[in-house]
Design a protein around this ligand. Structure first.
Ligand code: PMP
Length: 444
């Protein structure tokens, strides 16, 4: 059953990890997994056990594990030259930047590559604060934007914000979580009105010279929670006349994962494109690629050199370009919409029979399941038990959310219908086991 602790890995790797790595570097599972290889939507551990991957390596494996096109691009480039300097021209970098600029929807766009989402958001903050000559920034409650000094300072989720010291003055506004907070009971339209009023109230208490608002269109670490469509359009009507920039953090929501849209911001399209867009994770399909896109006027506001040694290294650019090409040619956005839509339906049907699931929400292949105890309060215990049970059954999912009680499902975007159904069945069994363990009831 879910409660029995598996024996520690024979290698003792967990103990060696614990002894040499920081304590705050969390590992999933009581008996942490060592992933040794992958293929398609599956990964294998050191003991040769196979798992269906519903978490895509926390969304870094966007298309598929060991995608031959990406592996070949990486191998070809590594076989030619491995160097890491942005001081020389690189064909893949220019082409990838051209394609991302065109896809971004931002007019006169410029692209700067980084190695991570953290660094991309850091660069976006540097641009916005320099452009506006202000260190005041608006961010959303429950947000997560990275782990550098500046990106921690715009991360509202205290579990992920290890210091309160800050190079910025951050003002947090409502809207990122639909189901929590003082406006949760309102209709969508009223919810948006209340959030706009809150934003105006916060702005009225500044000297007006706020640099930017940064937001994840769907909060990732925060539990796959999104505002009603149109919130950021309504925000923009307040921000634009004041010259305040809108930065959209597309690290989790980009590249079509949400199915209906290529970027998360497009769910708010009435607002037009954002001023700045950040991306990372999936675009490299496992290679470290991140970046920031901004209008030329914003991107070029820096008056000193700001090159990057590693950002946009040839091997990561080759991977990113191969991955983006595959993603577009195979219409993975369409696949995310179709297969994700079916998966959400299946999971809602599962939830209907299990009181432990309070809500199934999401879009495309970005699905959250919020778990509660018998008394209806958030149950991080149920989430932890489900995670362990799913692993025993051969399924990897993630967790997160404000109370650590949300399962996060974000499979590689090539997920097939058969795999979606298989995963939903495994998850149903895992949830049953968790339900049984927390409520002590007989399994139906
Ligand atoms: N922004 C968002 C929305 C994220 O989810 C993450 C990573 N979880 C980051 C930024 C930071 O990206 P990275 O881990 O590549 O630094």
């Amino acid at each position: 059953g879910a409660a029995s602790a598996p024996a520690p890995a024979p290698s003792g790797l967990r103990d060696r990890h614990r002894a040499v790595m920081p304590e705050w570097l969390a590992l999933y599972y009581r008996d942490p997994l060592e992933i040794t290889h992958g293929e398609g939507r599956h990964v294998w551990d050191a003991e040769g056990r196979r798992y269906l991957d519903f978490f895509g390596g926390i969304l870094t494996t966007m298309t598929a594990h060991a995608l031959p096109e990406v592996t070949k691009a990486v191998g070809d480039q590594a076989g030619r030259i491995l160097h890491t300097s942005t001081l020389y021209l690189d064909r893949h970098m220019v082409e990838l930047a051209e394609r991302i600029a065109a896809l971004s929807g931002i007019p006169d766009a410029r692209v700067f590559f980084t190695t991570s989402g953290t660094e991309a958001n850091d660069a976006a903050l540097l641009l916005a604060t320099t452009h506006r000559r202000s260190n005041q920034v608006l961010a959303m409650r429950n947000s997560y934007h990275g782990r550098s000094f500046a990106s921690i300072a715009i991360t509202g989720n205290a579990d992920w914000s290890p210091t309160s010291l800050s190079p910025l003055q951050t003002l947090y506004v409502h809207g990122g979580i639909r189901t929590r907070g003082p406006f949760a009971h309102l209709s969508d339209a009223r919810f948006i009105e209340a959030c706009v009023a809150d934003l105006e109230d916060v702005l009225a208490q500044t000297h007006g010279n706020v640099a930017a608002l940064i937001a994840e269109p769907v909060q990732g670490v925060g539990g796959f929670t999104a505002p009603p469509d149109g919130l950021y359009a309504a925000f923009r009507e307040v921000l634009a006349p004041r010259g305040i920039l809108w930065i959209t953090d597309e690290v989790q929501t980009g590249w079509g994962r949400t199915g209906d849209h290529f970027w998360g911001w497009q769910a708010h399209a009435r607002s037009g494109p954002p001023d700045v867009l950040t991306f990372a994770k999936g675009i490299g399909n496992g290679m470290s690629v991140g970046g920031v896109v901004a209008r030329a006027e914003v991107m070029n506001c820096l008056e000193a050199n700001s090159i990057s040694t590693f950002g946009g290294s040839p091997v990561t650019m080759a991977a990113g370009l191969a991955n983006l090409t595959y993603l577009l040619e195979h219409d993975l956005q369409g696949n995310a919409r179709r297969v994700g839509g079916l998966l959400i339906e299946r999971l809602r049907a599962v939830a209907a029979g299990l009181p432990v699931v309070r809500e199934v929400r999401g879009r495309g292949l970005m699905i959250g399941m919020e778990l509660v105890g018998d008394d209806g309060s958030p149950s991080p215990e149920a989430a932890a038990l489900t995670l362990e049970a799913a692993r025993e059954l051969g399924l990897l999912v993630g967790k997160g959310g404000r109370d650590g009680n949300t399962l996060r499902i974000a499979p590689p975007m090539t997920l097939t219908i058969t795999e979606a159904e298989e995963g939903a069945a495994l998850l149903e069994e895992a949830l049953r086991r968790a339900q049984h363990a927390i409520s002590g009831k007989e399994r139906p």
